[in-house]
Structure formats: C-alpha cells, structure tokens
Design a binder for this molecule. Structure first.
Ligand code: CO
Length: 214
C-alpha cells in the first residue's frame, strides 16, 4: 500500500475511535462550530495547531501561512479574521510563531527566492523596524530567535489595526490578542512578555479608527 493510501485507513480508524467514545460525535459537530479561539500560525508541518494546544475538533478556528504573517492586502487572512470576529465572535486571537522558522531565517539572509520575495518582504520590514535591537545581538541563534518573537508582536499589532477587530473590541472588550512562540526543541508554548495594549498606545493616534457613533 502507498503511504498516500494509508491516509484513508487512518481516517477510518479515527472515525471508529471517535464513535466508540461518543456515537453522536459527528452529528453534534456537524450542527455548528463555536470556537473561542482564532489561531494564526506558521504552515510548518511540525507545528499543528490543535495538537500543540490540546484542543479538540470545533475548539479552534485556524489560519496558517508561511511565518504567520498578517498582511493588510491579503484577502485570505482578512476574510478569516472578519469571519472569526464578526460571526464566530471568538474571544481570543492568537498569533503563534515558532523558533527555527524557515521563513524568518530567509528574511535574515536575503537571497532571491522568486515568488517568495514579496511574502518575505513583510519579515524584512519587521527586521528594519527593529534593526537597532537586532543588530546589537551578536549570537546569530539569539538574533534569529528574537526576530521570531518580534515578528509575532508585529503581526499582533497588524491585527489591532483592522477595523472589524477594533469595532468588536470597542463594543465587547473582545477579542483579546495574544503573542505566542512554540519551541520545536521541547514542544512547549510560551506567551511573550509584552503588554500589547501599552505597546499599541504608542501609535494609537495613527491606527485607532474610533467607532464612536456605534
Ligand atoms: Co515557520
């Protein structure tokens, strides 16, 4: 049997195990989804959202792309965030980067990567915005790790800039935005030590769209 065909066997075994635990599992799940979390992470195959968070089917709405970027002209992520915030009414939006991220590494070592150039440009912008801090770090591994973290923080700020997010936040106090990093070497998630509200305060006058009439 080809590896590819094995997937269907795996699928049937998974269905069987779910039904053994709860014979109405799929009926219930098919009715609706009501996740509290939107997770935005890297496409890296070693960082599967549900698995690392220990969450079940239906508990997290997921968007993944190379290096977990939130790009304002990306209609894919804009649609995901709008749907999550307005329709699913998620309480938390998590941006989860990971140490050892190939996308972030590529941004640290500029080479012509064809189609990927424009995508990685956003990461190079994060580098430029934080160049003073990053260039003081002499250990290349530490510098790499720090750019992973700074990228997560910058993508959180990009979420705060979005009108749907601000509108809902003014109305309900949600969603809360979280900056996380996953460590491939030990499997642990950590919340970055950053006060995003205070950080955003510094440039609030530029990005705050103020929905005072609603
Ligand atoms: Co990655």
């Amino acid at each position: 049997m080809e590896d590819y065909e094995k997937i269907f066997e795996n699928n049937r075994a998974w269905v069987k195990s779910k039904l053994a635990a709860d014979e109405h599992f799929f009926e219930k799940l098919a009715r609706e989804q009501n996740p509290e979390y939107l997770y935005i992470g890297c496409s890296d195959s070693r960082v599967p959202a549900n698995v690392i968070m220990g969450l079940d089917e239906g508990e997290v709405f997921v968007h993944r792309n190379i290096a977990n970027l939130v790009v304002s002209t990306d209609s894919n992520i804009n649609a995901v965030i709008q749907y999550a915030v307005e329709h699913l009414e998620v309480k938390h939006i998590i941006v989860c980067g990971h140490y050892g991220c190939g996308g972030v590494k590529a941004a640290l070592h500029p080479t012509d990567m064809g189609q990927l150039n424009s995508w990685l440009q956003t990461l190079r912008d994060v580098y430029r915005l934080n160049q003073k801090e990053l260039d003081l770090i002499k250990d290349p591994h530490k510098k790499f790790d720090r750019l992973v973290e700074l990228n997560v923080i910058e993508q959180c700020v990009n979420i705060i800039k979005i009108d749907h997010v601000q509108r809902r936040w003014y109305k309900t106090g949600f969603p809360k935005i979280h900056a996380w990093v996953y460590d491939l070497h030990n499997g642990l998630l950590k919340e970055l030590d950053v006060n995003l509200g205070a950080y955003f305060q510094g440039f609030r006058s530029i990005y705050d769209l103020k929905f005072t009439d609603e």
